[in-house]
Ligand binder design. Sequence first.
Ligand SMILES: Cc1ncc(COP(=O)(O)O)c(C=O)c1O
Length: 450
Amino acid sequence: MDTKHEQIVAHMIREVERGHIRSGHKLPSVRALAKMFSCSPNTVVRAYQTLERDDVIYPVPKSGYYLVEGRGPASARTESEPIDFASTTPRGDFLPFQEMEHCLRKAISLYKEELFGYTDPQGIFSLRNELSRYFHAQQMFAKPDQIAVVTGAQQAFSILTRMPFPGEGRAVLVEQPTYFGFLAAARVAGCPVIGIHRDEHGIDLEVLESYFRSGQIKLFYTVPRFLNPLGTSYSLEQKRRIADLARQYDVYIVEDDYLADLEEDSKADPLYTLDQSDHVIYVKSFSKTILPGIRMGAVLLPDRLLDPFIRHKNAADISSPILSQGALELYIKSGMYKRHAARIREHYREKMRYAIEICARVFGSGIHYTCPSSGVFITIRPPQYVKASALQDRLLQRGISVTNVDRHLLPENQRNDRIRLCIIGVEKPRIEAGMIVIEEEIRRLERRMR
Ligand SMILES: Cc1ncc(COP(=O)(O)O)c(C=O)c1O
């Protein structure tokens, strides 16, 4: 049985969907709803706060709550308003802008002296210390000396693809599909890149072993959870096997855990915690949870790789900006980060559940989609006659942006057969509206191609 809070949220969403409440209209008073649901006014206020966070309603001081402009029955909106399933940046109002503004202001006064000079290429010690405590709480026992602060995870990829590694291997091994930002870094670094097929079930560990055994691999780049674009994650057992193979064949692994904060399963340990032999380089990004513009990331490095990494970091930009470092330190230290992470975890979990429900309802036979329980990505594979690029073009004409999964594949693996949807910045009613149009366009193209 749903709680009163959930019942009120569901009731209000139904009212909006049915068009009983219109954009700019005032919502029922807290008192009226409390009476209707036989609950306390506090429960109604909490339900309204949830809807406010989801950008469905907004408060007007001394007046009440109103429906956000553009909300209303899903079918009434799709043609006129663009829906952006391509962007991977959270919506502005869901990012902790004000909290960060506060931390940045504090950082200016706290680190005034440092602004007049250069700081440690590895990152200021106080931030690394804070990060070390943060990672400890997640069973990742890196000391401040084993952590490097980077200007976004992307800088870590750029450095790792360029810097020398022990051993003979020169090629980087990547999952197919994988994050295109890493592919770009490897390309400009001039690294040979080899792909290993990954689908919602994972990778073939025997194939992985044969690559590791070949001696040609410098590092294996993997996104164990919420892979961009598939959205799926490895099981604990798969991660254990990958860590074992890395030890056995002395191959380094770059673990990109960019969406770690969305994890709900407390037992879903990162590869880093399963590594007994110092072969995992753990990369954390703060872009999806805080603000992409602060360009902050962190890398946990095996001792052997610390020196070359920091030399390359120094050569790249001397150090990451002190204000971003100081603000991040304050944001974590104050407990704001933990609170915000819990908030977004709940928000995206709910949104993903909803999106998967809609997929099941809207997509009929012949349309396959990945079904992650959490995260922000879904991929859709239309029937074979329908090309992803044609679908992408048609959708764009109807105001819907999606990404062709080919962007995440090496040229030899591109099939033009799937699109990726990112739900990070799309609100619930618009997810449904968008999916309905996607299904319509797939069917239209299917009829035409037959
Ligand atoms: C898999 C993956 N890793 C890392 C990043 C971004 O990292 P950063 O903004 O910290 O450079 C992204 C951004 O979309 C991503 O999808």
